[in-house]
Design a protein around this ligand. Structure first.
Ligand code: ADP
Ligand code: MG
Length: 226
């Protein structure tokens, strides 16, 4: 695999067996380049979330191969995958899943404190840098649930960036935001891809968001449209 490829899947297939055997992903093969900002689109039920869970190594029950940064992740043990995920992948969900009673900065620091590779002070400095990038420096010490919905989603992004992941994946990361906050999040992703070379894969239903990305891939009933 070439140096410029961040992620690739070969002949990926996935079945669900309950309530009936059903093939949700059908022989998907594609590559995503380093620093590329990709939108994953498709109708509800087409398999977008299922695909993203596999790409993020959270779901290992599939056929085919997944490579990230030249590492074959298929077949690795759960503890190896967890370690890989913590240091290489940032994930943003539609709902932010912040710890509501914790401060903003504590929420952002948490994934790095778990990783235990940096000192508390280094992690705190990195968290402040990320909050600054997301326009949230002034909110750092506030309790997370005191912020607006758009601000909380930006906190979730700051948290996803804390370990400098090579890839950021979002499952409808702007799905709960108004157009102004969607635009802010879009610009941040764009900047991360361009300035830091981070790869972004975002599921979206927002046509403008998708159209302004570097590339769109579309799922239709588990098949990738070319
Ligand atoms: P999307 O994110 O594009 O809306 P999903 O990946 O969530 O689609 O779902 C794709 C299909 O797989 C849908 O038909 C959904 O009902 C089905 N599905 C999702 N999760 C499960 C599961 N855990 N068990 C069985 N079927 C599932
Ligand atoms: Mg979904």
């Amino acid at each position: 695999m070439k140096e410029t490829i961040a992620l690739s899947v070969n002949h990926l297939q996935k079945y669900f067996y309950v309530p009936n055997k059903f093939q949700v992903l059908k022989d998907l093969s594609f590559e995503v380049k380093k620093g590329e900002f990709l939108s994953l689109i498709g109708k509800s039920g087409s398999g977008k979330s299922t695909l993203l869970y596999i790409l993020s190594t959270m779901d290992t029950d599939y056929q085919g191969e997944l490579f990230i940064n030249n590492v074959l992740l298929t077949g690795k043990k759960q503890n190896e995958l967890a370690a890989f995920r913590n240091s290489n992948i940032g994930f943003v969900f539609q709902f932010h899943y912040l710890l509501p009673e914790f401060s903003v900065i504590d929420n952002v620091m948490l994934p790095a404190l778990k990783l235990k590779t940096k000192s508390y002070d280094e992690i705190r400095a990195k968290a402040m840098e990320n909050l600054n990038l997301l326009g949230l420096k002034e909110q750092a010490e506030k309790q997370a649930n005191k912020l607006s919905g758009g601000q909380q989603q930006r906190v979730a992004i700051a948290r996803a960036l804390i370990n400098d992941p090579a890839i950021i994946m979002g499952d409808e990361p702007t799905g709960n935001l108004d157009s102004k906050n969607t635009q802010i999040v879009f610009e941040i992703f764009k900047e991360l891809a361009k300035e830091r070379g981070q790869t972004i894969i975002a599921v979206t239903h927002d046509d403008d968001f998708a159209a302004n990305c570097d590339r769109i891939i579309e799922l239709q009933d588990g098949v990738l449209l070319k």
